[in-house]
Design a protein around this ligand. Sequence first.
Ligand code: PA5
Length: 447
Amino acid sequence: QKIKIDITKTAGFITDEALQAIKKEVVDGLLTLEKGTGKGNDFLGWLDLPTSVGKDEITKIRKSAERLSAQSEIVVVVGIGGSYLGAKAVIDALSGYFSALNKDSKRPLIVYAGHNICEDYSYELLDLLKDKDFSVVVISKSGTTTEPALAFRLLKELLEKKYGVGQIKDRIIAITDESKGALRTLADKEGYETYVIPDNVGGRFSVLTPVGLLPIAIAGIDIEKLLEGAAFMQKETTADKAFDENPSAVYAAVRNLLYRDGKTTEILVNYHSKLHYVAEWWKQLYGESEGKENKGIFPASVDFTTDLHSMGQWIQEGRRDIFETVISIEKPKYKVEIPSDRDNLDNLNYLAGKRVDEVNKMAEIGTRLAHIDGGVPNIRVVLPELNEFYLGQLLYFFEKACGISGYVLGVNPFDQPGVEAYKKNMFALLGKPGSEKETEAIRKRLD
Ligand code: PA5
């Protein structure tokens, strides 16, 4: 079964004529992507990942995952941006809400590092790890990113203290460039097991490379099923499919039409808060791909119904420059029925016998209608269930739509030049060798 996209509730906001008119631009964008003739075309390796990851690679990943799991109570995944969000998104979405508390679990606890520079986070993580058996998966395509490099330095020192200098190489796996970067040099010198991030896959499109697959496999999630789902969506989104049957094309078309109509913020909504990090992954995917040349839809996200009690007011009645994309899960994994209560003091007996999901679904439908009445167009992406296969579809659906959408917007969706600005200033402020001139200039600005 294919995940579905429902755009019926954008009808009052975009006309059918407009949709017909943008089709050509979208199809052109899709063809440009598939022929590899557009901007950033040296970063299109992700298009074929679902079908190009070989059986041998999957077997190797599974073996590494089993080895690290067997020897570790905790595995630390070190990375930032595209080198961590995909793994966290899938692991959170497909793990139990409270699985981290399960003391009988045969799986190690997965924690993250290198995605911030917070000293208290570093302290508390090292404190947690000092009495535990742990291993590290360090991920950096460039191999030079400050945040993960700093975290890895701290973790390596702790590993050496615990297990002895020269005794830690089996506790570290590095995922990085084939030949370039400080992490590659270090991994080769120390003899760590390594995986390669292909040159032609950018960080935010790398969830289906070892960057995502190894941590996901360590969490006990079926990476083959995830890839199967993505491969299914790869077929469903090719240029030879009819436009209306291609969910990525339809999504790219509708969001660009809404943007042109002044809807400059897109809010990704879920009703299952396990999807919180899918939204974080999506925000990076779209934010970093489209936010350039003073253009782009601002990607935001909320967890409903939780955030209906905080952001609901703004969405219902604030500035009318937003639209929503709701990820809707048709069938929950488990069944919980609402009990009848003898005294009914909470007046909820009218719900007795109903499933909790029915209340969630009515909240979803009610919110959708209320927001449309409030002037917020609504796109719905429907997954029959939350499992590896449908999540694989969802990831690829969003990636393909992002590539198309970026081309429709007229930007290079595969670069991120703006990310360098903060780094330049930070290095100058820290007095990095080679930044002397910048250091002097920035200090003057601060005086
Ligand atoms: O999408 C991207 O390219 C970025 O988010 C990178 O993944 C992030 O900056 C981390 O880079 P690296 O993997 O080189 O450490």
